[in-house]
Design a protein around this ligand. Sequence first.
Ligand SMILES: [Zn+2]
Length: 116
Amino acid sequence: MAKIGPFFYINNKLIYNACDLDEGREQAGKLDNSYSHEMLYDDNFSSGDYIDYPRGRVIWDKEKSRMIIYIDPCIDKKNVLDEIAQAFEIGEYVTASDFHYHCKNCSDALFDDMDW
Ligand SMILES: [Zn+2]
């Protein structure tokens, strides 16, 4: 059964927390796993800050009946998406980008593009 939740992709390794759709929290027509990136990071690492690392989140869009994988631009690659789809047991999905899911490098690149 398809699952939802946050993930990181660090050192070529997928780290994630997946829950069933019926355990999800609904917000604005979307179902999300309430587990945070901060919790997931702290479960796996004893130092550092989660905001520096490539990450994303799998969400169920109730209105459009589809999975959305929010993913950091630097890990938006087929092999990573395949691994995510397998871990979360999802078939069809769309990908999306959101500034919440930008690692340090991607955030820096974003600000460089903005011509301060
Ligand atoms: Zn990135």
